[in-house]
Design a protein around this ligand. Structure first.
Ligand SMILES: NC(=O)c1ccc[n+]([C@@H]2O[C@H](COP(=O)([O-])OP(=O)(O)OC[C@H]3O[C@@H](n4cnc5c(N)ncnc54)[C@H](OP(=O)(O)O)[C@@H]3O)[C@@H](O)[C@H]2O)c1
Length: 306
């Protein structure tokens, strides 16, 4: 099967499409013929050698497609079903992918819309759960949460899920995404110099909790606004987390597997949306990385597999 891979670290030019052996599902897993696979910021961090050090590496944790093989014990889907999900191999950007978690594709979503969901939904739900765990009550209802990077893919999901849990969200975004954030139900605020003053204008006593998704080095400001490092969590600034005593959330510390079916249900009810920013054929993966690294597109990037 065709799959995206790189055999040395470097720029987008190291990405190539290679032939790999077909994978087969273990007990409790399923295999899909991939139609679309999500692209994440971790893809270019891996490609740059900032994460795993082994070579070669495949890419992708999430995909949508049609079930074509069932592992032992799987009874809730059938060959030919349209599903979206995530798997452990890190090789979703390929013609075939093994899912360990999945959900039916919500009505009205195409494969690209669906492939955008798993990693974003899981990260957002996990981060909010862990943010709640930082304080005495895990209930986010009635809390004011500052989400830094609220207009991005993870941020859009976290904003909607937090509001759905009854929180008031103040979200940072660039000037062109203020109206978008307001449409999600957040109170928008422009990031950059003077952010702390602008947040205090909106919430004079500061905020109850802060979630950093942009990773742009403002943990000290978030700590100040939220009344201490214990009220702040980041998914994007591992060095800042160490430096300032802030909790860093990563998927290998327990994944929120409930998030995908939750979000699929919310989409079916018209209560959740996640825009796809741009799609690319699998063979144009290098261009997808260039666009993603430029940070100039709103919404998820998705690779389409013919
Ligand atoms: N730890 C984990 O488990 C985990 C899982 C998934 C993702 N992540 C990380 O989460 C981060 C966000 O991912 P994503 O897919 O949501 O990215 P994204 O869609 O590109 O969103 C980036 C966000 O950062 C904002 N931003 C850009 N430049 C900024 C600046 N100079 N100052 C403040 N904010 C700025 C953007 O705002 P505008 O677009 O409005 O300018 C946007 O809200 C990445 O670092 C990714 O690696 C972590």
């Amino acid at each position: 099967m065709k799959a995206a891979q790189f055999s040395r670290f470097g720029g987008p030019e190291v990405l190539e499409i290679v032939d790999l052996p077909e994978p087969h599902p273990a007990a409790g897993e399923i295999r899909i013929a991939v139609h679309a696979a999500g692209v994440n910021a971790s893809d270019w961090k891996k490609r740059q050698g900032l994460m795993d050090q082994e070579l070669p590496q495949t890419l992708g944790y999430e995909a949508a497609g049609v079930v074509d093989e069932l592992g032992d014990g799987v009874t809730d889907v059938a060959i030919g079903d349209r599903v979206v999900g995530a798997g452990p191999s890190g090789a979703a950007q390929a013609e075939l992918f093994i899912l360990s978690d999945w959900a039916p594709i919500p009505p009205g979503l195409d494969f690209a819309d669906a492939a955008a969901l798993p990693a974003v939904a899981e990260t957002a739900a996990r981060a909010l759960d862990q943010l709640g765990e930082l304080s005495e009550s895990t209930d986010l209802a009635g809390r004011t949460i500052l989400i830094n990077g609220a207009s991005g893919s993870v941020g859009s999901a976290a904003t909607q899920l937090a509001i759905g849990r009854g929180a008031r969200v103040i979200g940072t975004a660039g000037p062109s995404n203020q109206a978008y954030l307001a449409s999600l139900g957040a109170v928008p605020v422009v990031y950059g110099d003077g952010l702390a003053d602008r947040v205090r204008d909106l919430s004079p006593g500061g905020v109850d909790l802060a979630l950093d998704i942009a990773g742009n080095g403002i943990l000290p400001e978030l700590i100040d606004l939220a009344g201490g490092a214990d009220n702040v969590l980041t998914v994007a600034d591992v060095n800042g987390a160490h430096a300032h005593g802030v909790r860093f959330s990563r998927g290998d510390g327990g994944r929120a597997t409930y998030a995908l079916p939750l979000v699929a249900g919310l989409i079916a009810d018209g209560a959740f949306t996640l825009p796809v920013g741009q799609t690319f054929p699998l063979q144009d993966i290098a261009q997808a990385h260039r666009v993603g690294e430029s940070g100039r597109v709103r919404g998820k990037l998705v690779l389409l597999v013919e």
